[in-house]
Design a protein around this ligand. Structure first.
Ligand SMILES: [Zn+2]
Length: 336
């Protein structure tokens, strides 16, 4: 059985009833990626499906229902996640102009949700609760979200909904309002660092900063060697005394567009923070270079570039011409 040992999640669970049966029928678990929302949702799913009489939310891990869950074959669970559609045939939907299969994989289609309509109306296979878990809920196509809303408007008595969301503001307000909201906040840096140390992460402070202060994102970052080498290549160009925009564009072209937008916006954030008398928040290992840059970079040029980075972030997933986008972005960097 998966256990839930993240210390920052325990206070969140403390806001729920002490028994799985008393859980709200619709739960929204929200917060930035890397805080353990999905793991928490699955922990609650197991607790809801478990057939052993017990106190607390934790599943027994040994009953027939727990064993079905463990082998990924529980008939009363529908776990709907983005990316799952990749293994099915590319299902071109009438109201979706997606076409290419790779676009479909970023979205939860209305077909996926339509199968739920039947699931919630049939009787539970094992006579207990039925559970629907959607990760992340904002990935639902608008028609899919409307179909879920319809179900939530007339909730079947034995079905529980767990919606995981990294960006709850992108959900229909009418869906949000029907859910008990469980918000996951960033833990304080001290306890998060202690936890990372226990997980054997070296340079936990830098990993935590680069994971946006979300501990699980920090672990992903720490273990991703290509992230660190790509990051170093790109940031070294920004830190260099003689900034060369075309060389910087070469480096940026090698890096995933979303990651470029994150690294550059963190860079701009750090320079702005230093200019405002604050501290480096993200690129801790470049603090000395950032100090020098902050001392000389004109604030108006910096803010213009920061805006351009944020604008790029909106299309970073699919830039029309990545090379051109990188050149235009980096030629605007006010470094010298
Ligand atoms: Zn059990």
């Amino acid at each position: 059985m998966e256990d839930l040992t993240y210390p920052w999640v325990l206070p969140v669970l403390g806001r729920l009833p002490r028994s799985a049966k008393a859980l709200p029928r619709a739960l929204l678990l929200s917060g930035r990626p890397g805080l353990g929302k999905r793991a928490t949702a699955l922990f609650l799913v197991q607790g809801l499906l478990c057939e052993t009489q017990r106190v607390g939310l934790r599943a027994c891990g040994t009953c027939a229902s727990c064993r079905l869950y463990q082998v990924g074959n529980h008939p009363d669970l529908r776990l709907i996640e983005v990316g799952q559609e990749e293994d099915g045939p590319a299902s071109g939907t009438a109201d979706e102009e997606a076409g290419p299969a790779k676009k479909a994989s970023r979205q939860i289609s209305v077909e996926k949700i339509r199968t739920l309509t039947e699931f919630v109306t049939i009787t539970s296979h094992r006579g207990g609760a039925k559970v629907v878990c959607i990760v992340p809920a904002e990935a639902m196509h608008p028609s899919a979200a409307n179909a879920v809303l319809k179900i939530l408007e007339e909730p079947p008595g034995d079905t529980y909904f767990l919606l995981v969301s990294h960006q709850p503001e992108r959900l229909l307000p009418t869906i949000r309002s029907r859910c008990f909201h469980l918000a996951f906040a960033l833990p304080d840096a001290g306890p998060a660092l202690n936890w990372l140390k226990e997980q054997g992460i070296e340079q936990g402070d830098l990993a935590l900063a680069q994971g946006g202060y979300a501990p699980l994102a920090a672990i992903d970052r720490a273990n991703d060697e290509s992230f660190w080498s790509q990051r170093k290549a790109l940031l070294d160009t920004l830190a260099a005394a003689g900034f060369d925009p075309l060389h910087a564009a070469d480096c940026a072209e090698e890096v995933d567009g979303v990651l470029v937008s994150i690294l550059l916006s963190q860079w701009a954030y750090d320079v702005v923070a230093l200019k405002s008398g604050g501290n480096v928040r993200y690129h801790l290992d470049y603090a000395a270079s950032l100090q020098k840059i902050a001392a000389t970079m004109p604030i108006d040029e910096l803010m213009r570039w920061y805006d351009a980075v944020i604008q790029f972030g909106r299309v970073a997933q699919h830039p029309l011409n990545k090379r051109l986008a990188m050149e235009s972005l980096l030629c605007g960097y006010p470094g010298r």
